[in-house]
Design a binder for this molecule. Sequence first.
Ligand SMILES: Cc1cc2nc3c(=O)[nH]c(=O)nc-3n(C[C@H](O)[C@H](O)[C@H](O)COP(=O)(O)O)c2cc1C
Length: 330
Amino acid sequence: MDLRTRYLGLDLPHPIMPGASALSDDPDTARKLEDAGAPALVMSSLFEEELSGMPLSGNTAAQGPLPSAYQQQDLRVEPDDYFDRIYALKHAVGIPVIASLNGTTPGGWLRYAMAMESAGADAIELNVYKVCTELGETSEEVERDLVSMVDTLRHKLAIPVAVKLSPFVTALPNLATHLGEAGCDALVLFNRFYQPHIDWPSLTPSRTLRFSDGGELNLRLRWTSILAERVSPDLCVSGGVTSGQDAARAVACGAHAVQVVTALYLHGPGYIEKLIEELVAALEAADLHSIEGLRGRLALGNAPQREAFVRANYYRLLRSNRDSAATGAS
Ligand SMILES: Cc1cc2nc3c(=O)[nH]c(=O)nc-3n(C[C@H](O)[C@H](O)[C@H](O)COP(=O)(O)O)c2cc1C
C-alpha cells in the first residue's frame, strides 16, 4: 500500500501526524511517536502572551532588525526554553519538527518565527486563535490582519508556513484564496475553541480543557471538500480524527495530512501505529492502493453527490424529517 503524501513541502511516508500539543515537546515521547511511525511532529505553541512586553513584541507591523540567531541575548526565559526544545527535538528524532506560533495581532512578536527557523524547525504552524469581542471590528479587518501576518512571515522565512484556522469564518473559500496568494503553504482545518464552563449556582465561569470526540470531524470534512483542489495551500484536517478510517475520510475529501491529539492522549504515543494499520485496512476495504488514488474523490468539484456538502443537504434533511414526522403523526 502506498501511503505517501506531500504536505507543507515535506515528503511524508503517510498522512497521520501528531498535532500541536505538549506530547510532541518531550524528547522521550517524541521518540516514541517516531518509533510508532509518526511522519512529523507539531510542537505545542509559543504564545504571543509569553512574548508580550519583550523587546521584539508589539502591535505595529514587523519592521527593523530581526532576531539574528537562536541564542539572541534579549529573549527571555520562556521563548529561550521553546527554542531549546526545538533544538533538543531535532536531535532526538529524525522526522520533521513543525513549530507552532500562537497569537492574534500582526505584531513584532511574529519575528520569533525567525528564531524558530534558526533553532531548526522544518516549518511553522501559525495559530491565530482570536475571539473577536469589539463591536466596531469588522470581519474584513480581522481577515486582513491574518493575511498580513502570513505575508510578514513569508517574507522573513525560508521554511513553509501553515495557518491553523478558526471555523468561524463567513466566506472561507475567499479567505483561503487570499492566504494562498500571501504565500501560505497549508491550512489546518480547524482550531478548536475552548468554551468556558459556567458553574451553577456560583455562576462562576471556569476553564475546562475538554478532549474532542469524533463528532467534530464532519465540520472539518465538509470544509476540506469545499476548498480541495480549488485553493493553493495544502489542506490538513485537525479535530475529531479518532481512527484510520477517519483519516481516510479526510484524504477522500482532499486532505494532504491529518493531525491527531486527543487519540494520542487517550491511548498513548504507540497509537499512531494502530491508526496507520487502520488507514491501510480502510483503503483495502475500498479497493484502493494509494493515498494519491483516494485524495479528493469527495472534493466538492469531484463528489458524485456534490449536494451533500452544501445547502441542498440541509434543506433535504429537514424536509425529509418534516415529512416523516407528518407520516408518523397520521
Ligand atoms: C492537551 C492539549 C494541548 C494542546 N496544545 C495546543 C497548542 O499548544 N497549540 C495548538 O495550536 N493547539 C493545541 N491543542 C489543540 C490540538 O492541536 C488540536 O487542534 C485539538 O485537540 C483537536 O484535535 P483532536 O481532536 O485530535 O484532539 C492542544 C490540545 C490538547 C488536548
